[in-house]
Design a protein around this ligand. Sequence first.
Ligand code: FAD
Length: 363
Amino acid sequence: MVGGGIAGMGAAWALAKAGRRVTILERGELGRGASWAAAGMLAPAAEIGFDELDLYGLGRESLGLWPAYAREVEAASGESVGFDSAGTLVVADDRDSARALRRLYQFQERQGVPVTWLSGPEAAELEPALTSRIPAAILSPEDHQVDPRAVVRALAAACRASGVSVREHAPVVAVRGGEAPEAVLASGETVGGQAVVIAAGAQSGTLAGLDPAPPVRPVKGQALSVRMNADVSFGRVIRGPRAYLVPKADGRLVIGATSEERGEDTALTAGGLYRLLEGAVRVAPGVEELDVIETWAGLRPASQDHAPILGRSRQRRLVLASGAYRHGFLLLPAMAALVAADVEAVLSGEPSAIPPPFAATRF
Ligand SMILES: Cc1cc2nc3c(=O)[nH]c(=O)nc-3n(C[C@H](O)[C@H](O)[C@H](O)COP(=O)(O)OP(=O)(O)OC[C@H]3O[C@@H](n4cnc5c(N)ncnc54)[C@H](O)[C@@H]3O)c2cc1C
């Protein structure tokens, strides 16, 4: 397994549970890439794009797997993953965004998404820290959240407990397909196995030897967290047009996230953080008074069509688990199961069962 983010750890754990011997080669420390930077929303309904129906279907399927998956990871690791099913409130903050929200609502209704249209006062009644000037909102009761860093810690513990061998500070520079596939470390050492899975997040396309290289690019996201207090707190995820606010059980409020095409750059910028705070304060003015805890940036692994890149590649015994873009946590249970099943299918010579819109061979 090349890469120890949630894509790599999820697939590694699934394979180890099925009795496979798995080694994770991670260039840094487990789970410190995009997976550490996420807000943890599991939100297929709130994030549905007008042209992303396949992805929405996979997201809903994965969301359905989450409650049992959370229980299983927690049992295997002894750590909570902070699964929270309080739902999501998508709010407008002016007349234009209210019109866009209405179009989203009508689209969601046509797709059979369980959502409720709320007036501004109804939204403010649910979440008193919102400004009374909110024009309208959509209540999306089935959009949930987890604590992403807790998931990372729990998955790492679950992997280790199930016998996955973890090698940190082991950067891979190249991979080779074939009957005896292998990964080549920067040190020159080669690590071979029956299959090599590339789960290197935004860097998945940069390994030498991939032909064709998967079209994955980094999309930078800046975010910050502030400390909620008795006057300014939220019971559920709030998604405004310019920023989202994700309340965590430990009192943090995660405010995110920018979406920037800047290659590998992870610098925090005044403008990026300013726009997030401005967007948060527009919907919840009290946020202005809250203490800042942390600021950070991460690189989402985005594919050309923004859908994940899963399963066998065109090269023998090289398998992909990448391209989860802004949905890696939402898609974790489904992706882990699909990738692990395709590794088994590759080893036993069976055809791929990866749905065509997500198959690595579509590129
Ligand atoms: C600001 C932000 C907010 C987000 N919010 C959400 C959200 O609310 N909900 C949601 O579902 N998703 C969210 N996401 C997306 C989610 O974080 C990603 O889709 C997911 O974490 C991707 O996981 P990954 O394992 O593919 O990548 P990563 O977590 O980046 O893991 C890849 C790993 O591979 C390692 N690696 C790279 N190159 C090599 C190499 N050559 N050799 C060895 N190891 C290598 C890296 O060090 C890294 O640890 C968010 C992302 C960002 C940035």
